[in-house]
Design a protein around this ligand. Structure first.
Ligand code: CA
Length: 227
């Protein structure tokens, strides 16, 4: 049974989540605040965490940081806030995905399934070094990209960027994270670098670079590789 820890202080929403999750054979542990959530996480080792960012006792981002000190459990953030800063902070702290309130239960369940699937598919020591799509193949070990049977020439910077994205399929990677990883902390606000390099990658890999199918932009947030 997949165990879900729900850290949320809105009792009505908790009730709706518990009913919907239990109906789909999930085991659910509700926690009304961050401290309780952290305690239950340590005691019960959930398979996935649903976490509200606005908690009565502590900031949800600090809950993520605490969890990431010892576990890689997938964390799906619930955010009532429109400000993308909050979501970016949550993703940078180590959340896997976010969903903005109000949300449909179907969407939440789909994202939950995807988060669980990703951990099952991505063991801690990555064995999958070959990422194959319908249009191109990336060999992470040989550092080789091919499209239509031909090698695609990538610059070291393009490669580094692509490597991070394809190693995290389906997962939103923030602009800040990509900039820090590829260009260093001092360039973490140079979002135009990303626009330029992502455009180059799309030209080299996508069939229709203007309407990318694999290298997806999440406006104001970051990028996502969809296999
Ligand atoms: Ca709340």
């Amino acid at each position: 049974m997949t165990r879900v820890l729900v850290v949320e202080d809105d009792p009505q929403l908790v009730r709706a989540l518990v009913i919907n999750l239990q109906a789909r054979q999930y085991g659910v542990d509700p926690a009304p605040d961050g401290a309780t959530g952290l305690r239950i996480a340590a005691a019960r080792q959930p398979d996935v965490v649903i976490l509200d960012l606005g908690l009565p006792d502590m900031d949800g981002v600090d809950v993520i940081k605490s969890l990431r000190g010892w576990t890689r459990v997938p964390i799906l953030v619930l955010s009532a806030r429109r400000a993308s800063d909050e979501k970016v902070a949550a993703l940078d702290a180590g959340a896997d995905d976010y969903i903005t309130k109000p949300f449909s239960m179907d969407e939440l369940l789909a994202r939950l399934r995807a988060a669980v699937r990703r951990t099952e598919a991505a063991p801690l020591t990555p064995a999958a070094v070959l990422v194959a799509t319908d249009d191109f193949t990336i060999d992470l070990l040989a550092k080789r990209a091919t499209r239509g049977g031909h090698d695609v020439r990538l610059t070291p910077t393009e490669w580094h960027l692509l490597e991070i994205l394809v190693s995290n399929p389906g997962r939103l990677i923030t602009q800040k994270h990509l900039l820090q990883e590829v260009w260093g902390a001092s360039k973490s606000n140079k979002t135009h670098y990303l626009r330029v390099y992502m455009a180059q990658l799309r030209r080299k890999l996508e069939t229709n670079p203007a309407h990318p199918r694999y290298l997806i932009t999440e406006p104001g947030m970051g990028y996502r590789f969809e296999s």
